[in-house]
Write a protein that binds this ligand. Structure first.
Ligand code: GAL
Length: 996
């Protein structure tokens, strides 16, 4: 193939193809530079000619050969595997090919893309820009080889000067899925080749602006800014910043500016900067801010940051990583509405337009390099590219293209070298290069455990207790004693935590307490923002959201790619409301009549926030009536970031009135922002005032930790029962199981201890001593195969007693229970429940509760308790106490892999509603779930679409539940949220009432 040397700007570049086995970076490209779009840019997206071959050897070698080939059409940008050619494949750590670096396998899907471009008039110079080609590409313009690309999520820019012609031009791109570069791109995501980001033709004058580097510093002590704009161009450049009164200022000459309003996520002030030469002009947005590390804290503009972040992959269920910019904007607005103030662009630089949005909407960004070699870990890190000099040019190329592209964005406050690439000299060299080129931002890389070459300590999935210890000065786990990682001046963050897979994440409050407790902890990033399910049409025409293995992959990692706070279609999962609550920038504590407000914003006061106090009276059961709450505006004190103040609530609403009351304070933004309307809620808190009157505690759940077994029999006068019986408004079958309340039929009534395991139940807790998951321990202990034996069934006056022993098949272990029914109140069946373990139990139980089935016409619920979303013992920070109602269908969380979900805690009253009648259940500290399918169906299903309503409503009323934790990847359920086997007692009432 022809090789041509061309002088391009300051860079000497070789126009040649690159063998797929070469570990070197791409060829023929212009020097990396900032992305500088011009209005005259020509978007080459659209329909291209396309064909695919199973190997590089079979594909045509050049454009001429391709012209003879039969081809179809394909959409650019896009992935070919999502457009009917081949299939996507999902792996997490493992490479889907032999680890034989730097060689790719022969089986290497290779495509050729081609399109024509009409040129009316030759520009003085022209450039062809690719924002992202997944795979290794070779590019020709009019059959002239331009060069090649490596680095799927990085830009590649080629000069077209000697190959452009007036009239029809032909652009040809040959893409191989695998190359040596694939060893550097082992991120936990779908393998999806193709030209998936924009392709742009830029026509420019001869002496164009090649690059701009904006330095916009802010000094929080003086309130002034310093602006210096470096321009790379053969012509002299000047700058204008109209909003600051700067005009025709020579580029490169520093300007000191007084009275600057700095950029922060809470006040993302941007100024338009025009950079001009005689013949060229580019427009950028500039924000003034300073990132520093001081006193062990990561600071922006002098203020310690509290990064309340998420890890964001680019994902769309139909388009893969070709995410439209309007979608990205909607995602960022959704994040802002949920108090998320930071994004880690895991694990590659995002679409360049994304950073314009984070600048504008106000989010801190950890901008991460396109680098991961995790699969080498499975081979003991042997031949890991990170420490092999052969790969140094590729590592440096990747970091240069990241930094040069994104250096002008105020939202980018940290550079991250990449993810899970072990450690080694090439990573250290990347960091050194950044420190030379852009000393204004610290360098992050989680794999640098000893802090040898980065500036910020980082870890993944530490427990909240370990995070707390690091905050207090302990050496981070995995760091060598005496290494820089232990230095007190080094800030620390969790680049990943709270693995949001399936039901969960549990334990957010404990993490946030650790973060807020230590200025050294800069914050944490939830893993992850979005679930990567892909919409798949099956042979029978049905459609489902697919995960690993659904495309027939030889090796895959199942549903580990479905672990986000939002669904692939960006529908919030319950965890998102919890994140909004714990990440809230306004801390509220309500203690009787006093409200303490803490301003945790980074860059704004509490001005512009308004607060409302809503008060409802509770009845003696702790339940509110139907009257609307009495509401009143309350004044929020004016607080600077970091300040707290306590205010007295209006006495007439909050003082003891004799009856118990529920107080809710809600803080909202008074004015619309770019991401939410006026009145959008930022924070809320609730508290109950007990009142002085006597309150009954019907059905309060209590627990006794004594392991003593349950009293074996009831009163001496008891009459043993042997057949079905009527007792008050209840009917019972021959085994003493409730079969009817009033005229409502009840099926399969009994105690339940099992749940359809969640993804977290299936994970091995990182902080446990046991190598087994909770789900495995449950099945090992036999909790999924309990058999019941009635030990007592008798009546004595107003008490009906049913004793049941639940024994584990093949074991002498089990759970004894005693249900004591009473009918002292007309129309009400009251139930006292006692359970106690017998034999050896060394595992927490999933739940203790009642389960039964109602006819499917009971299709709605109304409850007083936590809601509207799910709340387990360690989740539900976003759920609040009050009346909620919804159809049973809406209680379900449509998890892509079905599992236990949607349980509502803090329950005091539940009405299961049919059109005429309702089953009402009262108690304290209960939880419920109701589903149109059984737990067995939930457990057996692999995909949401496998679940079918079975014409019954399956109800759980739980007395106690095991927490959720995050053991799918991280620590298990915290001790305080575990349901340990012990003797417990509870109470609850049933009645049939007319439906409202
Ligand atoms: C981390 C990794 C992420 C993801 C996560 C588990 O180790 O950095 O990319 O794999 O675990 O979902």
């Amino acid at each position: 193939m022809a090789t041509l040397l061309v002088m391009l700007g300051s860079q000497l570049s070789v126009r040649s193809d690159l063998p797929l086995s070469s570990p070197l970076p791409g060829t023929g490209q212009l020097a990396p530079a900032a992305w500088l779009p011009r209005p005259s840019d020509l978007d080459l997206g659209g329909s291209w000619r396309f064909a695919l071959w199973p190997s590089a050897a079979e594909a045509p070698a050049d454009p001429a050969a391709f012209r003879e080939t039969e081809a179809s059409d394909i959409r650019v940008p896009g992935h070919w595997v999502l457009q009917g050619h081949g299939a996507p494949a999902y792996t997490n750590v493992q490479y889907p090919f032999p680890v034989d670096p730097p060689h790719p396998p022969d089986g290497n899907p290779t495509a050729i893309y081609q399109r024509t471009v009409w040129i009316d008039e030759l520009p003085e110079q022209a450039r062809l820009r690719f924002d992202g080609i997944d795979g290794a590409a070779t590019i020709w313009w009019n059959d002239t080889l331009l060069g090649s690309t490596r680095g799927s999520r990085l830009p590649a820019v080629f000069s077209l000067d000697d190959s452009l012609r007036v009239g029809e031009n032909v652009l040809t791109v040959r893409v191989s899925q695998w190359s040596a570069a694939s060893y550097l791109e082992d991120q936990d995501m779908w393998w999806m080749p193709g030209i998936f980001r924009a392709v742009t033709l830029q026509s420019l004058p001869a002496q164009a602006i090649d690059d701009v580097f904006v330095h916009a510093d802010y000094d929080h002590e003086s309130g002034g800014g310093v602006l210096r704009v470096e321009v790379r161009s053969d012509a002299d450049a000047v700058i204008d910043v109209p909003s600051l009164g700067i005009a025709e200022h020579p580029a490169g000459v520093e300007l000191s500016l007084a009275g600057i309003r700095p950029w922060s996520p809470d006040d993302p002030v941007l100024h338009e900067l025009r950079v001009r030469t005689d013949r060229d002009e580019v427009v950028l947005k500039v924000g003034f801010r300073r990132v520093s590390i001081d006193g062990g804290s990561l600071r922006v503009n002098g203020t310690p940051v509290r990064l309340s972040g998420v890890n964001r992959h680019e994902h769309d269920p139909d388009l893969g990583r070709a995410v439209p910019i309007a979608t990205a904007r909607a995602e960022l607005e959704l994040m802002k509405r949920h108090n998320i103030n930071a994004v880690r662009t895991s694990h590659y630089p995002p679409d360049p337009r994304f950073l314009e949005l984070t600048d504008e909407l106000g989010l801190f960004v950890i901008d991460e390099g396109d680098l991961e070699t995790h699969g080498f870990e499975l081979n003991g890190w042997r031949r890991n590219p990170s420490d092999d000099p052969m790969w140094l040019p590729a590592f440096l190329d990747r970091v240069e293209r990241l930094v040069e592209r994104d250096k002008n964005h105020p939202s980018v406050i940290i550079w991250s070298l990449g993810n899970e690439a072990g450690t080694g000299r090439n990573l250290a060299a990347m960091s050194e290069w950044i420190h030379g080129r852009d000393p204004s931002r610290p360098v992050h890389y989680e794999g640098d455990r000893d802090g040898a070459y980065t500036d910020i300590g980082s870890a993944m999935y530490l427990s909240s207790a370990d995070l707390d210890a690091v905050g207090a000065g302990s050496l981070p786990p995995g760091a060598k004693p005496g290494s820089p990682a232990g230095a007190p001046e080094r800030p620390f963050l969790l680049c990943e935590f709270a693995h949001a897979m399936g039901t969960g994440p549990g334990g957010l409050s404990e993490y946030q307490a650790a973060i807020d407790g230590h200025p050294r902890i800069a914050g944490a990033f939830v893993w992850e923002w979005i679930e990567h399910g892909l919409r798949q049409r099956l042979a029978d025409g049905s459609v489902r959201l697919a995960y690993g293995g659904d495309f027939g992959e030889l090796v895959h990692d199942g549903n580990f790619v479905i672990d986000g706070l939002v669904s692939p279609d960006r529908e919030p999962r319950p965890g998102l409301a919890d994140v909004a609550a714990v990440f809230s920038p306004i801390g509220l504590a309500l203690d009787g009549t006093e409200l303490t407000v803490t301003n945790r914003y980074h860059g704004r006061t509490t001005e512009g926030l308004e607060a409302t106090l809503a008060v409802v009276d509770l009845d003696t059961d702790g339940v509110a009536g139907d009257e609307p709450p009495v509401s009143q505006q309350i004044l929020i004190p004016l607080l600077a970031p970091g300040e707290s103040a306590t205010v007295q609530l209006p006495a007439e609403l909050s003082l003891d009135s004799g009856v118990p009351r529920l107080l809710t304070v809600s803080v909202a933004q008074a004015h619309a922002t770019a991401w939410a309307p006026a009145g959008h809620e930022i924070a809320w808190v609730q508290a109950e005032l007990p009142g002085s009157g006597a309150t009954s505690q019907p059905g309060s759940a209590s627990s006794a930790s004594s392991a003593a077994s349950i009293a074996a029999s009831s009163a001496a006068s008891a009459e043993a029962l042997s057949g079905p019986t009527t007792f008050g408004v209840g009917r019972f079958d021959a085994s003493g199981r409730l079969t009817q309340v009033g005229d409502i039929p009840i099926h399969d009534f009994g105690l339940r201890f099992w749940r359809a395991p969640t993804d977290n139940d299936f994970g091995t807790p990182w902080d446990g001593d046991d190598q087994r998951s909770d789900a495995q321990r449950w099945t090992d202990a036999g909790l999924d195969r309990l058999q019941a034996r009635t030990t007592e069934y008798s009546v004595a006056g107003d008490e009906l007693v049913v004793g049941t022993r639940y024994g584990v098949i093949s074991s002498d272990r089990g759970i004894d229970s005693m249900l004591r029914w009473s009918r002292t109140e007309a129309g009400v069946l009251a139930l006292d429940v006692e359970v106690a373990p017998f034999g050896e139990w060394h595992v927490p139980w999933p739940r203790i509760g009642l389960g039964f089935r109602l006819p499917g016409e009971f299709g709605d619920v109304r409850w007083f308790g936590l809601g509207p979303g799910a709340a387990y013992p360690d989740t539900g920070q976003g759920a609040r106490l009050g009346w909620h109602s919804m159809p049973i269908d809406d209680l379900q969380v449509p998890n892509i892999r079905p599992q236990e979900n949607g349980s509502r805690g803090g329950l005091r009253r539940l009405a299961l509603l049919a059109s005429q009648t309702a089953l009402q259940i009262d108690g304290h500290g209960l939880a419920f779930s109701a589903r149109p399918w059984s737990d067995a169906a939930l457990e057996a299903a692999d995909h949401l679409e496998d679940l079918r309503p079975d014409e019954s409503t399956h109800v759980h009323v739980d007395f106690a539940r095991h927490g959720i934790g995050t053991a799918a990847c991280g620590p298990g359920v915290l001790p305080q949220h575990r349901l340990e086997p012990a003797r417990y007692s509870y109470a609850v009432t049933f009645r049939a009432v007319p439906a409202l």
